[in-house]
Design a protein around this ligand. Structure first.
Ligand SMILES: [Zn+2]
Ligand SMILES: [Zn+2]
Length: 472
């Protein structure tokens, strides 16, 4: 249901003002960045997500909360536990100690775990790079935040009241990663939906998104893949098949295979893919090595599976796969002593991580292979290696090592984001009066803006300037 249009003349000026919503995008540097959006809906002040910009350091990585400094939040919503949505939540929550932080059941356990890891990373960066802002919060802030986390089931509405005003909040599963949610607000019949990060296709460990259907008044839409057209004939399944074939090729030529992964979600999915491929005889039995935060996340996934069945992941599978810890005292250029499949973070092969070190050992040897399976920012070592692989060499800056590229380097599109065609199809069926673009680089947003303006001529498509207040 949408509010009556102004032309009906039946709605008083007062009612219309009450029904207006205000929105400020607090991601000051734009792009994917530090996600955080403030909305005022009726009398409710609401913050959706409070992330950290993965490309920045120190306070520069935070959203700019200055426009809402003097506003007390009534509700905070966390869509999912990637740090670009979660990373500054302890700071935002500490400023609004009375606001419940509404999130999905899996996120109630995953968020504190991811934040504790983030503190440790910040402390290390403080020492290594002298970033005195770090850590941006402490373990006790995470403890305080944990007390305010309010679990809500997918698809079930909860009503919040403020004086005589009421708002209904509904979380919808958005695929993407374990615990991910789109959030719907219903206020005086007006439906406002934040898509969050969305994946419609099923992953091996997680079903695809079930976003709210029917007419929506205002849709805040992620645009991550807006600059990339769908390649005809490709699908997630096709990419998984291609990956399995490549892993098989590498193992058959007696090489080691490095798969850099994100700790939350992708590592666990890769275990499942390798486990199933091995059981089906598509790859030979070979040792599997894994390290870091992702291994601990496996324990969390197992528990969430036991309690909620929202994730398809079991520790029994890990035992059967016999996952081992790799010896990380390798030397750049000297081939790995133990051959096998290395499923390690970070996904973008960031310096000082296991994937960076292992790549420096494995790259100069032709029987080995690197398989990238997720998003690699162009400024990260992973992104640079993919861009420069034809040049024949790659410089590992922090190891001061120039590696000849003799191993195979390939990329497989197991993105956690819906493609732009799926998202525009979804947007069209909502028949939204307003669509607000978020979570995308300028090129990606431009494509959505042009495409939606053409296909939905009656819709107000807004690519908001950061820190500017809009009334919708
Ligand atoms: Zn995400
Ligand atoms: Zn994101």
């Amino acid at each position: 249901m949408t509010i009556p249009s102004e032309s009906t003349g039946r709605q008083s000026e007062r009612e219309r003002t009450q029904n207006k919503m205000k929105l400020i995008d607090l991601n000051s540097l734009g792009g994917i960045g530090a996600n955080s959006t403030y909305v005022q809906i009726g009398s409710f002040n609401i913050l959706v997500d409070a992330g950290l910009n993965p490309k920045e350091l120190g306070y520069a990585a935070m959203p700019d909360f200055s426009p809402i400094e003097d506003i007390e939040m009534d509700l905070i919503v966390l869509t999912h536990c990637h740090l670009d949505h979660l990373g500054s939540l302890p700071v935002a929550s500490a400023h609004n100690p009375d606001a419940p932080v509404i999130t999905s059941i899996p996120n109630v356990s995953l968020a504190p775990r991811m934040l504790r890891n983030s503190i440790n990373v910040m402390k290390r960066q403080r020492e290594e790079h002298g970033i005195t802002d770090y850590p941006l919060f402490l373990h006790r802030d995470v403890v305080e935040l944990s007390k305010r986390l309010t679990a809500q089931r997918y698809g079930r509405g909860e009503i919040y009241t403020k004086g005589t005003d009421k708002i209904e909040v509904i979380l919808h599963s958005s695929g993407h990663v374990a615990g991910a949610a789109a959030v719907e607000f219903i206020h005086q019949g007006r439906r406002i939906v934040f898509s969050g990060d969305v994946l419609f296709e099923n992953q091996r460990t997680l079903p695809g998104a079930k976003l709210p259907q029917g007419e929506i008044d205002t849709l805040i839409l992620e645009t991550t893949r807006g600059a990339k057209a769908r390649v005809p004939g490709t699908s997630r399944k096709h990419e998984v098949d291609r990956l399995i074939e490549q892993v098989n090729t590498i193992l058959q030529r007696d090489g080691s295979c490095l798969i850099p992964v994100f700790a939350l979600g992708r590592m666990q999915e890769l275990f499942k893919i390798i486990y199933e491929a091995r059981n089906n005889g598509r790859i030979p039995r070979s040792p599997v090595y894994a390290a870091g935060l992702g291994m601990d996340i496996c324990n969390y996934f197992h528990k969430i599976h036991e309690r909620t069945k929202l994730i398809d992941f079991s520790f029994k599978m890990m035992e059967k796969l016999n996952v081992r810890s790799p010896d990380l005292n390798m030397k750049p250029g000297r081939d790995l002593a133990r051959k096998g499949i290395y499923i390690v973070s970070s996904g973008m092969m960031v310096q000082h991580t296991p994937s960076y070190k292992i790549a420096a050992a494995l790259l100069p040897h032709a029987n080995n292979g690197l398989c990238f399976v997720g998003y690699c920012d162009a400024d990260t070592p992973g992104g640079k290696l993919l861009a420069e692989k034809e040049t024949g060499s790659f410089f590992f800056e922090t190891l001061d090592y120039l590696a000849p590229i003799r191993a195979s380097v390939d990329r497989f599109d197991l993105s956690g984001h819906a493609d732009r065609e799926e998202l525009t199809d979804y947007a069209q069926q909502t028949n939204a009066r307003n669509i607000v673009l978020t979570h995308g680089d300028p090129e990606a947003r431009n494509w959505f803006e042009a495409t939606l303006n053409e296909s939905m001529p009656d819709t107000n498509v807004l690519d908001p300037e950061p820190l500017v207040e809009y009334t919708l």
